[in-house]
Ligand binder design. Sequence first.
Ligand SMILES: *Cc1c(COP(=O)(O)O)cnc(C)c1O
Length: 529
Amino acid sequence: MSMNHQGRPTSAGELTPSMLPKTFTGNRALDMEEPLIFEVGSFETVGVDLDVPEDVELELGKHARSKPVDLPGLAEPEAMRHYVRLSRNNYAIDSGLYPLGSCTMKHNPRLNEKMARLPGFGDIHPLQPLSTVPGAIELIDELAHWLMTMTGTSAVAMSPKAGAHGELCGMMAIKAAHKAAGRDPKIVLVPESAHGTNPATAALLGYKVVSIDAKEDGTVDFDALKDTIAAHEGNIAGIMLTNPNTCGLFERDIMEIAEAIHAADAYFYCDGANFNAIVGKARPGDLGVDAMHINLHKTFSTPHGGGGPGSGPVVLSDRLAAFAPLPFIRKGKDGIELIETEAQTQDNEQPFGRMTAFHGQMGMYVRALSYMMSHGSDGLKQASEDAVLNANYVRVGLQDLMSLPFGERPCMHEVLFDDSFLKDTGVTTLDFAKAMIDEGYHPMTMYFPLVVHGAMLIEPTESESRASLDLFTATMRDLVMSAQRGDVERFAGAPYLSPRRRLNETLAARKPVLKWTAPDPASVSPASS
Ligand SMILES: *Cc1c(COP(=O)(O)O)cnc(C)c1O
């Protein structure tokens, strides 16, 4: 019988993946083959037992639906099973280490959840009269206060709903500031080591993106930056710099960069999605940053994934504070006021517009503040230190076997390897990632950042224990040695053990099938269905 490294029998016994029996149901014990809800449910049935109301006159007029919506009906236990079975196929931070670099998949303390569900926060509506929600407004204001305190800035736009949305907000404030000063610069500088959303944001606003090279060590080439500024004098709106950058490295020249940018009448946008590495250690405002988004879902442990809900408040320096978007909270002598329209603004307030219909993600605000309050300043600082420590622990545990593109220097909250250790093994970077799935790990971020060939970006986060990191590094070492020994089979067909094997990701991206269509009954034979 085969044993795991702790000497306990492993479940697959002596079977190799190709020997696993085919089951009649397609299920593999607790791994259920679950069809789509349209295939299990029926359009003719409903899951509830209510009579069709009589004598009801619809007031929708011509907008009333003429055809049924075609939602499948299921009894409650069927619906329950469907979603629970699907959820079992989901990898989650609650089931294991999730080393996805740049994404910061860390534990969301359940206390935050409890606070977010308090009825006074969880059950309110954005159109409720202000007088009925003073506590919620106060909470937004308090969170804003701590975000400004931690970043050393003087204003914050709370409403953006994700990091990329925050970037857009910050850059719109920068655009508004230039316009107010009678300028119309056309260029935004984006270093190679910036996150991909940065050039996308600048381009969306109609700016021309000029790239700045990275040095051998993975950070911005300051001399190249100075040359570029000189070459485009008077036409630069700002720089978008990610710090710590996407190679997991702190941009050491950040203050000189800020000075050079300001001297060119431009603004310094910092992508602060990686603020989780520096909370309590450095305040971006002190480094010369004019605008920075903070991903509450990365730094302050609000849940993320599956497209949201995220939250990306943007802190602003004195120079940009006036341009913060609506709505915002003003604290006056009459207490807290909510400024919703331009008509309510004062002379020093010139909002560039509005990013969202309402005030942003209330649930995320509550979770983030709960996280801050329960950690305190010492706890938040320790979380940053532990995030950096854990990444370096993984780095040191793997650097003799895996290749570090920028040498054996300390990293911040994530460690970047490249794929040169796989050279001549016949195993590709993608194969390696897929083999991690068989080992029960979600792969790290692959092929990003683009500055490095075959990038593998690992972010363990502060919430992993030493035992968890030890098992992860041991697993990675086993995989590397197996690739280097020539055990190509372990990788080439991986994943062998997951509910689905390797998918055609290119086809899925190019020709996504987004809509279920009922199969033509004539074409479905029992054998092929
Ligand atoms: C995650 C991330 C973003 C984008 O944030 P979203 O909330 O996913 O839009 C931008 N920049 C960096 C450096 C990031 O890590």
